[in-house]
Design a binder for this molecule. Sequence first.
Ligand SMILES: N[C@@H](CCC(=O)N[C@@H](CS)C(=O)NCC(=O)O)C(=O)O
Length: 226
Amino acid sequence: MIELHHLNDSRSQRIIWMLEELQLEYDIKCYQRDTHTSLAPKSLTRVHPLGKAPILTDDEITLAESGAIIDYLAQRYGTALLPKANTAAWWNYVYWLHYAEGSLMPPLWMGHVLAKVQQAPMPFFVRPIAKKLVAGINDAFLSQQLHTHLNFVADHLACHEWFLGDNLSAVDIQMSFPLEAAMYNPKLADSYPRINAYVAQLQARPAYLQALAKGGAYVYGPKVMA
Ligand SMILES: N[C@@H](CCC(=O)N[C@@H](CS)C(=O)NCC(=O)O)C(=O)O
């Protein structure tokens, strides 16, 4: 039996979506982030030493890393979400599967950490220094990196409905989290309308909405229109 160890507001939401797309039977074990640190509870380390979500167990198999889990589910249960092995489309699948966590997430994550640094409690006289430091890192490095990646993705999506072409594939599920996290920032959503539209398109899928209902709190889900 498949069991997904799921953390609120996290990457594991996309695994619920995948399980729903594949119409598999599964259980969800929910964990809540610490409200101050946002870290996962220690109990998750009993399932995998790193204690990070998602973690999927399926009989004797225990897998962490979203990309590995998505690949496992697709290869074992959902070849409809995969291109034919060793074709050009297959290697595109491999590329985007790794790109999501290997290249796109690091600048997004770094931006998230820097925003947290700015909001952290600190003596009033330190705050202007912290602000200046964060602005300096953003201007010198981070902002440019992020725009390079988002332009790259937007250019790809300009001529593809889904990452591999006309149909949803497993990499759309893997790419959903970084793109949802990026489009959560209203400035980026305005600057990248094609990515924003792509995110709205995947968020409208019945299986995605089913997954939202099952997963609980997910801050990067569909935007509620005012
Ligand atoms: N590259 C890993 C990242 C796993 C990860 O960092 N998960 C976050 C949730 S989005 C987490 O568990 N954070 C809580 C913590 O670090 O304690 C993956 O794709 O699964």
